[in-house]
Every structure is written in structure tokens, then in C-alpha cells.
Design a protein around this ligand. Structure first.
Ligand SMILES: [Zn+2]
Length: 396
């Protein structure tokens, strides 16, 4: 049986019905066994059984092909079920400094295709709208999919985005400031559009598929050429009144420090990002370098590269201690490309965090200590999170 479009099926159901709650759980988490559905939804097994029969009959839910991964213990492996990939697809878009990245995924959480388009620095809204419309149409055509199955578009932006979807100032694409993303892209595709800051999207990706799976409360701290962050509470990203929550990079730590791109002085980003250290490496080595180059040099014993990574970890740790004292989160995920330096970054970061944060590990039980872990995604986290926003919205 060919399934109807997922959004139509969900619209026809009353919100909060067992079927609706199961679809939402699968949309958020991918393939699940009946026991996992019970844990995720709190529904009784008999209710789940009835609802799953209806969902399978209407073609919304199918059995997952590979059941070995979830088989536990002896006896018959647990059957896992997932949303039928034919029930809908979604597109994630990441607007970065000089290019846009797109990913096409289906509701079973499979990535079907990815694309990248270079547009030059500070590209105008009209140029990107046209480019995305063409690119999405081509992605669907190349993969033999009908555009009518597009359930939603998730857009990740390198800058603050208000809960109304409007891009605020200090975005790294200045000409986009004031743009209402859902309105601009909603007109192109006539589907729901979700927009958020890139670090908030990265937190969604880590929560759905990465190092924060199963965590309801955590903080993400991204160390790259800038510093970004996100706060997740009760499984939801905290956005603040104008989308500025979690902008840890713009905590002013030196009142008389250098001017930041945001207009403040002495922002944490100036000291805890890898922007200045990278420029120093380029100066001393006399050539253009990437963050990957510096990490590789450090791994091969270059003491200068090791020192710059450790110093960055120490400054980040001091900044994180402020966040730790304010929020006291159970988990801090370190993201961004510098996280690929692993313990060269994390060890000094953790040491300084513990030194400066209010509650020291020694003063509380081991179970009360903030855990610091490297994220599972460092390069494409925002793009995957953009898709994650759409998947999480299904069944709500
Ligand atoms: Zn700033």
C-alpha cells in the first residue's frame, strides 16, 4: 500500500492520540521496538499494539530491515519499526559565510543526498532563494522523488534567529539581518519552514543521533573559528526572547578588550575561538593553514600547535565555568572543529572548568558531577540538526 503524505495523515488525527504519539517518537528517534515505544510515550503495551496495527495497515509504519542491531539477550530479536520512508521527506539547509549546504532526508532518518552551493561572501536573499529552489527541485528529480512529499524545510543560520524566524543582527551574513526565514522559504515551497541558529541546530543533531542521545538537559559549546553554544532543557532548545540564549561566545570577559564583530568588547569568542591561534600558526609557518592542519601538526609533536590548542582549551574552560556556575548542567558537549583535537583540548579545558566552577567534583557525589564529552558531529552537525528540526515537528 502506498502511504499518504504523512502530514495529511497526522492532520486528520487528533493531536495526542496514541498513533500520533508513536509517529512523533519515531520521527524524533528513528527505528524503535515496542518496548522502546512504551518507554518513549508512556503508553500501555496493548494500546501500542492496536495503534501500531493501524499505522502498519495505512502504510505509515513498516518493519525495519536490520533487526540485529537492537537484538538484546537471548531468544527472538525484538522487532523494530520505523516510519515508512515513502511517507515523507524533508530538506535541511545551512546558510554559512559564503555557501549553502543542503541535505535531503526521509522520515525513517535516512540521508538520501547532500549538495553544496558556493555563493560568495554576504550573498543576497534573492540569490539564495533562487539557488535553493533550483537545488531542491534537482535533488528530488535526481532521486526520483515527488516534491509533493516534502514535509518541511529546516534552515540553520550562522547567527541569532528569533523564535519568530527573523534573523537578528551579528549574523555572519549581514545582508540577511531582518529576514523572516519561514516567510521567504515558505513562499518557495509551500510547506512548514523552521529556522534556528546553527549551534541550536547542532544541539538538536547531538540530541537526536549523537553524544546527547537520551539526554534531556545539556549544554553545547562549539569551538571553531568562532564560539557558539546552545542550552537544552527538558529536551527543548532554550531560545530566549530574541534568539540570543546560549550565545556563549559573546559573554564579555574583558570589559576593555578588543572590539568584537557583535559590537561588544572583550567577548569570550575573541579568546576561546581558534581564529587568533590559527593566524599565529600561519605567521610562524609562513603559509595558509586550516584547523585540521594545526591539529595534525599537534598530533605529530609540534609543540607550538599543542600549546595553542591547550591555551584555547584553558580559556574555553574558564568561560564554561561561568556557564557551569549559572546552569550546573549534567552534561557539556564540546563541538566545533577544534573538538577533533580530542584530549589535547579537553584535558586542559576540563581542568580549568573544574578549577573555576562553583561546585567542584570533590565536594559532591560522583553522580552529581558535570560530564564533559566531545560531540559526535563536528562538521555537518548544523545541517543534520536542520533536518532534525523538521523531524521533531512531526506529530506535534
Ligand atoms: Zn561579541
Amino acid at each position: 500500500m502506498s502511504p499518504s503524505r504523512l502530514s495529511q495523515i497526522l492532520a486528520a488525527q487528533h493531536a495526542g492520540t496514541p498513533g500520533n504519539r508513536i509517529v512523533r517518537a519515531m520521527s524524533e528517534r528513528g527505528a524503535l521496538s515496542a518496548a522502546e515505544i512504551a518507554r518513549a510515550t508512556g503508553l500501555a503495551r496493548s494500546t501500542i499494539s492496536t495503534a501500531l496495527s493501524e499505522l502498519k495497515e495505512s502504510g505509515i509504519v513498516i518493519e525495519a530491515a536490520d533487526q540485529n542491531d537492537t537484538a538484546k539477550g537471548v531468544g527472538r530479536p525484538a522487532i523494530t519499526l520505523k516510519l515508512n520512508p515513502e511517507a515523507g521527506t524533508c530538506v535541511g539547509v545551512h546558510l554559512s559565510l559564503d555557501s549553502i549546504q543542503l541535505v535531503l532526508a526521509d522520515v525513517s532518518h535516512s540521508v538520501i543526498a547532500e549538495k553544496s552551493i558556493n555563493l560568495g561572501v554576504d550573498y543576497p536573499v534573492a540569490a539564495v532563494s533562487a539557488a535553493i529552489k533550483t537545488a531542491v527541485a534537482r535533488l528530488y528529480e535526481e532521486n526520483g522523488l515527488p516534491l509533493s512529499r516534502l514535509l518541511g524545510l529546516g534552515v540553520s543560520v550562522s547567527g541569532p534567529v528569533g523564535p519568530d524566524g527573523v534573523i537578528r543582527h551579528s549574523s555572519i551574513v549581514p545582508s540577511w539581518t531582518g529576514t523572516n526565514v519561514p516567510r521567504v522559504f515558505g513562499e518557495l515551497f509551500r510547506c512548514p519552514v523552521f529556522a534556528d541558529n546553527e549551534s541550536n541546530c547542532a544541539a538538536v543533531a547531538e540530541m537526536m543521533w549523537g553524544a546527547a542521545q537520551g539526554e534531556r538537559d545539556f549544554v553545547l559549546f562549539k569551538i571553531d573559528l568562532g564560539v557558539g553554544g546552545a542550552i537544552v532543557h527538558g529536551g527543548e532548545v532554550i531560545r530566549g526572547i530574541a534568539g540570543g540564549a546560549g550565545e556563549f561566545g559573546h559573554i564579555s570577559v574583558e570589559p576593555n578588550g578588543d572590539l568584537c564583530r557583535c559590537g561588544n568588547r572583550g567577548c569570550l569568542e575573541i579568546y576561546a575561538s581558534f581564529n587568533r591561534p590559527l593566524a599565529q600558526m600561519e605567521r610562524t609557518h609562513g603559509k595558509r593553514m586550516t584547523m585540521d592542519d594545526v591539529i595534525l601538526l599537534a598530533e605529530n609533536g609540534d609543540t607550538g600547535a599543542q600549546r595553542l590548542i591547550a591555551d584555547t582549551g584553558e580559556v574555553a574552560g574558564r568561560g564554561l565555568a561561568i556557564i557551569g556556575t549559572i546552569i550546573n548542567p549534567p552534561l557539556i558537549i564540546i563541538g566545533g572543529r577544534l573538538a577533533l583535537a580530542g584530549n589535547m583540548l579537553i584535558d586542559p579545558l576540563r581542568r580549568v572548568f573544574e578549577k573555576h566552577t562553583h561546585l567542584k567534583p570533590g565536594r559532591k557525589s560522583a553522580s552529581g558531577a558535570t560530564r564533559i564529552a566531545v560531540g559526535d558531529f563536528t562538521g555537518n552537525d548544523s545541517l543534520l540538526g536542520a533536518v532534525g528540526m523538521v523531524l521533531r515537528s512531526q506529530g506535534r
